[in-house]
Design a protein around this ligand. Structure first.
Ligand SMILES: Nc1nc2c(ncn2[C@@H]2O[C@H](COP(=O)(O)OP(=O)(O)OP(=O)(O)O)[C@@H](O)[C@H]2O)c(=O)[nH]1
Length: 374
């Protein structure tokens, strides 16, 4: 039996941001048939209004034909149960699962559940993370809650809700702030009809419909390029009572680092670099994605996708897409040491910076890195 992996989208966003409203609208699109929704409820959050009645197996058929269930134990168990039922014909065959996290949740453990389980990793492919940010309360929420910043930081797409209720300058300054927290995410306005199925889904690397991979889009390189001249505190809020003395403590702890090297590297170099990076900075790595040109197989890119210390089993794309080759990694971190990470990368790819040991010395003794602060 050929099992095409089921696409998984994670829908996150703070309490009341508008996740369920967005999802209800999306589920009306026929393109989302054969989708199951998992609502990741925790005790303190009221049961979602979608769950009007409780079925014995916890799976509810919604009016539009989609399935809905809540996480009763571990998310991994709920995912495994859904896959099993889909494969054995107990429920309709699933093409997609949307996991709606609770507003208070850190999305990183949710991503770990999807990517980290060796069996699930073969059955599922993480399509993308969608984060809803409320235009009215978003800025205050980002300032008050670390989880809200982490939710925006790991997203592939950010959806602004309630923009029609916000002053235009509020939305503009929120957008400027989001582009610093997450320079590579595409930001879409739900009210302007920008947040439809085609914009929010299939943001993964490989699109099974077109059978092509779009590395630039996956890595958000166009977005990041557009934002690179933004200065952290210099967003346009003059004349609106903004003092420029923002206390964006949580924002400042998020960092998106892009590592580029234009020559192929050996597989063992890649392994050692990733091992060291994960063992020293793993706690601080929210998400890592990228492609690598490996000396041993230069016809295909090696795909790297990870969350914290966890790396999705390395995968190869069938061939290089158009455009530049080499290594392109995007790391999103929380309290990640940029200096250390860049030095480690330079040492391994053979471009040691001044006062930095080379890769061989580092693999013997990682503490040999100048300025080591892990
Ligand atoms: N005006 C306006 N209201 C919205 C919009 N999106 C959501 N809302 C309202 O905001 C409230 C919260 O929306 P939900 O979709 O329940 O938010 P949620 O993120 O699922 O909330 P939790 O599950 O509690 O975390 C509801 O009253 C919605 O009707 C929007 O774009 N514009």
């Amino acid at each position: 039996m050929h099992n095409t992996p089921i696409a998984v989208s994670v829908l996150t966003g703070f309490l009341g941001a508008g996740k369920t409203t967005l999802l209800n609208r999306l589920l009306k699109d026929p393109a989302l048939e054969n989708t199951a929704v998992i609502i990741n409820e925790f005790g303190e959050v009221s049961v979602d209004h979608m769950l009007v009645e409780q079925a014995s197996d916890g799976i509810i058929q919604l009016a539009d034909g989609c399935l809905c269930c809540t996480v009763r134990g571990e998310l991994v168990d709920t995912l495994a149960e859904l896959i099993e039922k889909s494969q054995t014909g107990k429920i309709q065959p699933l093409k997609r699962i949307v996991v709606e996290t609770t507003g208070l949740a850190d999305p990183v453990p949710v991503l770990q559940s999807i990517m980290g389980d060796p069996v699930l990793a073969r059955m599922l492919r993480l399509d993308g993370v969608i984060c809803v940010v409320d235009a009215v309360n978003g800025a205050a929420t980002l300032s008050a809650h670390e989880q809200a910043v982490r939710q925006a930081a790991v997203a592939d797409r950010i959806v602004i809700s309630k923009a029609e209720l916000a002053e235009p300058h509020e939305e503009a300054s929120l957008r400027a702030r989001l582009s610093v927290i997450n320079p590579s995410a595409e930001v879409l306005d739900a009210g302007r009809g920008e947040a439809g199925v085609s914009q929010l889904f299939e943001c993964g690397l490989y699109n099974p419909q077109t059978k092509t991979a779009d590395v630039r889009r996956w890595l958000g390189e166009d977005q990041a390029h557009n934002h690179q001249h933004h200065d952290h505190h210099d967003h346009d809020c003059e004349g609106h009572g903004c003092t420029h003395h923002h206390h964006h403590h949580h924002d400042e702890r998020v960092k998106s680092i892009s590592l580029v090297h234009d020559k192929p590297v050996s597989y063992s170099t890649v392994e050692m670099f990733l091992d060291l990076l994960r063992s020293t900075q793993g706690e601080h790595l929210l998400r890592m994605k990228g492609v690598i040109e490996v000396v041993e197989d230069m016809d295909r890119p090696l795909v790297i996708h990870g969350v914290q210390k966890l790396l999705h089993p390395p995968a190869w794309l069938p061939e290089w897409p158009e455009g530049p080759r080499g290594t392109r990694l995007v790391l999103i971190g929380y309290d990640l040491s940029e200096d250390y990470t860049r030095k480690l990368f330079s040492a391994f790819v053979g471009e040691p910076m001044i006062d930095t040991a080379d890769g061989a010395a580092l693999s013997d003794n990682p503490l040999a890195i100048a300025g080591f602060k892990a």
